[in-house]
Design a binder for this molecule. Structure first.
Ligand SMILES: *Cc1c(COP(=O)(O)O)cnc(C)c1O
Length: 451
């Protein structure tokens, strides 16, 4: 079957990027697809596998994006294709709330086992990350009988009405799309690189400020949930200073607040551990997952303490497609691949290679008057560089955009992120062969030299 035929793991440019066929398709897109649905790189993909994307012009690009941290196991991973194909042929949909099937239950069992903590857990499945976050809020409100939700500076939780409200950044996510849901409160996050009194004070001071705002402006007894990404994704791969997450968890616990870890981007081996919370031994009450869960098929979940998850009445949670059988089969194939191919180990190795080379690059440009890397950060295969104007910390969004564009032209798919648009983020598939990883980093180095 052609879909499962492995592609040559090589970069190959046979036209300009984008090529003529992609440009034709892009013209059709502009005439047919709503303008609000943007495109980072208008290269139209025909096949993808391992560490490469092949386009309609016959180019083969190195993928440092994984479709935004989704194809952790690689595109069309063998076990995903096999299990999903078998399920497609057996049946495609019944609605789990009408006549259930085993795949949904098996995914729930896997999530209950793999997520942090050995307490009794339950899981509910949904279609998208935003839907999972919305349901975590519903569940936390049903359990606590409180309404307020606390989120953080630079946080991203989705594009539906409630999750837009939870998201920090206005452009492009919120501009013109309000009004937003009430009872959402935003507090500081421990962002070491930009903490005014220094990184060493960051965790304790940020936690104290966040807690003070909750106590004084909201009232702890009104807070249903605190929601945080253990490494902030769209916000620029901000790793909260060590100690910050445990301090917030402890506060939540002491005040009967449901602590929700949004691991939609960080989950499923991305950071070199099953979940980013594992790094500091943080055990969330609820955890939201999506993106990497099913090798590219749409699936999302809320997993957490049984007594909290079971607080919503029967019929209160669900959705027509939630936990679709094909997506569940794909998830079981993806999870099997993560275990069998030790993708945590692979992500750790990607992190070693990337951090080493990016820190050398930072050093190389330490005295440049054109471009400067303020910080290299991240864990596993979730690595970023934050670009600043030479001599200070002023964000440099122009250089970031120029470098991303230069990488694209050379056949390397990279994404940008950050509240200030000055972060290059790297999310390669965890099955990326090391020679492609290094070739991608060579291209990045070339792009730095060229700007
Ligand atoms: C992508 C993302 C979401 C939203 O997921 P969708 O599937 O796009 O709705 C929510 N939270 C985080 C941390 C994300 O990275």
């Amino acid at each position: 079957m052609s879909a499962a035929t492995p592609l040559p793991q090589e970069r190959r440019l046979v036209t300009a990027i984008p090529g003529p066929k992609s440009l034709e398709l892009q013209a059709r897109k502009l005439g047919a697809v709503a303008a609000g649905v943007g495109t980072t790189l208008p290269v139209y993909v025909s096949r993808a596998n391992g560490g490469v994307l092949e386009d309609v012009d016959g180019n083969s690009l190195i993928d440092f994006g994984s479709g935004i941290a989704v194809t952790n196991v690689g595109n069309s991973a063998e076990a995903v294709v096999a299990r999903a194909s078998e399920q497609l042929a057996a049946f495609t949909h019944t609605c789990f709330m009408v006549t259930p099937y085993e795949g949904y239950v098996a995914v729930a069992e896997q999530l209950n086992e793999l997520t942090p903590g050995d307490h009794e857990k339950r899981t509910a499945l949904f279609n998208s990350g935003a839907e999972a976050v919305e349901n975590a809020v519903k569940i936390a409100r049903a359990y606590t009988k409180r309404t307020a939700v606390v989120v953080f500076d630079h946080g991203y939780h989705g594009r539906t009405n409630l999750t837009m409200g939870l998201t920090a950044k206005n452009m492009p996510y919120k501009q013109g799309f309000g009004p937003f849901a009430p009872e959402i409160y935003r507090v500081p996050v421990a962002y070491p690189y930009r903490w005014l009194t220094g990184a060493e004070n960051c965790a304790a001071e940020a936690a104290a400020q966040a807690i003070d705002i909750i106590n004084k402006q909201i009232g702890a007894e009104n807070v249903a949930a605190i929601i945080i990404e253990p490494i902030q994704g769209e916000g620029g791969f901000i790793e909260p200073a060590k100690g910050f997450l445990p301090a917030i968890v402890e506060y939540a616990k002491a005040n009967g607040i449901v602590f929700v870890a949004d691991e939609i981007q960080t989950g499923f081996c991305r950071t070199g551990q099953w979940f980013a919370c594992d790094d500091e031994g943080v055990v969330p009450d609820l955890i939201t997952t999506a993106k990497g869960i099913a090798g590219g098929l749409p699936l999302a979940a809320v997993t957490g303490r049984a007594e909290i998850m079971d607080a919503a009445h029967a019929g209160g949670l669900g959705g027509t497609y939630g936990g679709n059988p094909v997506a569940c089969a794909a998830a079981l194939g993806a999870i099997e691949t993560m275990k069998e191919q030790d993708l945590n180990g692979k992500a750790q190795r990607i992190g070693e290679v990337m951090l080493g080379r990016l820190r050398a690059l930072q050093e190389k440009y330490a005295h440049s008057d054109r471009v400067s890397i303020g910080e290299v950060r991240g864990r596993g295969a979730m690595i970023a560089v934050e670009l600043v104007k030479p001599g200070g910390k002023e964000p440099d969004a122009e250089a970031t955009a120029a470098i991303a564009k230069a990488c694209h032209a050379e056949g390397l798919v990279v994404l940008t992120a950050g509240t200030y648009g000055n972060v290059l983020r790297f999310l390669p598939p965890l099955v990326m062969p090391e020679h492609l990883l290094n070739e991608g980093l060579d291209i990045l180095e070339g792009a730095f030299a060229a700007v």
